[in-house]
Write a protein that binds this ligand. Structure first.
Ligand code: TYD
Ligand code: MG
Length: 454
């Protein structure tokens, strides 16, 4: 018999048979709450004697029409969507409170409305007057977007049924409230059942629905992860509060490539798209300084250059600090260990700080070599050549591994005025005019070549 899972985590949605202070699945504290049943469900073990209707079947050969897409006319947004908004699809846009989700979606709503879609924007958090005020600030007050301020799901669905929009935006899913579910708005069961109702309604009526989900640290309200599996596309809107850059990242997309990113800049007049992110991420770079390295990265289908900064200082603590912004802490520990045991560059007794400039978050292992270079450069207090871009993966043995899209990374570096690239040795090195290649087979050789003479 299946275990009775009547408790679930508000962060990741994992089910448990009893309450505990910490979620075993995602590690969040104090995020487990008791679930109220969604509905009582069928009573008997079988569906009963009533006959259903046969489902029409098709084969793989028959040409079904592709679902139509509408573009917003904003390149950065359309690319993340996989080429435009698909009819009858459900999307989730997650992000920290205050990062700019409502701003992004109001601007997107206006764009889609201008391109012929009937758009309804339903806010459960702000009054119509507040949304109008924002629209005026964004210069969108003339856009044909319909507004409503409502949290009752039944009323919302009834409205959508009569209005028949092409796109409905729900801001946010955590404020929605279904009266057939006996728990507070924001709880796992409310969020799940509201998302489920909206998604099935959208599919049945050929409407696209975009749901906003706040990412929560406290676990007091259910995070967007509990609805990720229900929707077609999951986008996260990220960025550092203090920075003006915002990144829209697709983590799941049934209609396009995942891991694609769109770069925006938060200005006084809302979000502006950034067409050449590499130039922007490098624009704040000053004179060559120890610990600063340019990494030629690749995000989704696009090469992207950014600056990795490291600072190494003697630690006053018995346990030195390892602090990372924009990269994975576990991966940093690995690089430090490889530098220490394979290259004889110890970091004991030293505090290590690593930062990816501009609020970008890097996930690809191709950044390993750039991080190692930044760390050694900071430790040795020796700047790298200002015209060099670096990338490559480091294995635990200290060997360097080639990475995908070498040629495109080199071309992007060349376009931005770099003349040297330091990369892993590989069987067939691509030749890109204007870029001199320096390569090494292992990390020890790399450290020796770059810092040995100094
Ligand atoms: P908002 O879209 O309300 O965030 P969310 O819906 O994710 O909670 O954005 C809030 C922040 O954006 C707020 O701190 C102010 C800033 N902002 C601008 O800088 N410029 C603008 O034109 C707008 C509308 C907001
Ligand atoms: Mg908002």
């Amino acid at each position: 018999m299946a275990k009775d899972l009547s408790f679930s985590c508000n962060e990741c949605g994992a089910g448990f048979s009893k309450w505990s202070g910490r979620c075993d699945a995602c590690g969040a504290w104090n995020s487990i709450t008791e679930d109220k049943a969604l509905s009582s469900g069928p009573k008997g073990k079988t569906l009963g004697g009533m006959r259903g209707k046969p489902i029409p079947l098709t084969d793989l050969e028959t040409q079904e029409k592709e679902p139509p897409r509408t573009t917003a006319g904003v390149g950065e947004l359309d690319r993340v969507l996989g080429g435009g908004l698909v009819k009858a699809s459900a999307l989730l846009v997650g992000g920290d409170p205050g990062i700019g989700k409502s701003t992004l979606l109001l601007q997107a709503a206006a764009r889609f409305a201008r391109n012929g879609l009937k758009v309804i924007y339903i806010s459960g958090e702000e009054s119509n007057a507040q949304v109008q005020m924002r629209a005026r600030r964004l210069g969108l007050e003339k856009s044909p977007v319909l507004l409503a301020s409502e949290t009752n799901l039944r009323d919302i669905l009834t409205t959508l049924e009569t209005e028949k929009p092409d796109l409905a935006i729900i801001d946010s899913i955590q404020t929605m409230w279904a009266d057939n579910v006996d728990s507070a708005p924001g709880s796992v069961s409310q969020v799940r059942s509201s998302a489920h109702e909206l998604t099935t309604f959208a599919k049945r009526n050929g409407m696209a629905v975009i749901m906003v989900g706040h990412v929560t640290k406290e676990g007091a309200i259910a995070g967007p992860r509990v609805v990720e599996h229900m929707v077609d596309t999951v986008l996260y809107f990220e960025g550092e509060r203090g920075h003006q850059f915002r990144i829209l990242r697709s983590v799941k997309n049934r209609f396009g490539p995942a891991d694609e990113i769109g770069v925006f800049e938060m200005t006084g007049k809302g979000l502006a798209e950034v067409k050449n992110p590499s130039a922007l991420f490098l624009s704040e770079r000053g004179a060559p300084a120890p610990g600063s390295v340019v990494f030629a990265g690749f995000e989704g289908t696009r090469p992207m250059l950014c600056e990795i900064q490291a600072l190494v200082a003697p630690s006053p603590h018995s346990q030195p600090r390892r602090s990372v912004v924009g990269w994975d802490g576990g991966r940093l520990a690995m690089i430090l260990a490889v530098l220490e045991s394979r290259c004889g560059v110890p970091f004991t007794g030293l505090d290590v700080y690593l930062n990816v400039a501009g609020g970008l978050r890097i996930t690809e292992p191709a950044a390993d070599l750039a991080v190692a270079a930044a760390l050694v450069s900071a430790r040795e207090d020796a700047a790298l050549p200002a015209d060099a871009a670096i990338f490559g993966e480091i294995s635990l043995s200290g060997a360097l591994r080639p990475v995908v899209q070498t040629e495109n990374r080199l071309k992007e570096a060349q376009k931005l005025g770099f003349t040297t690239a330091i990369i892993p040795q590989q069987a067939k090195l691509p030749a890109v005019s204007g870029i001199a290649l320096r390569h090494a087979t292992d990390l020890a050789g790399f450290v020796e070549e770059i810092f040995g003479a100094q």
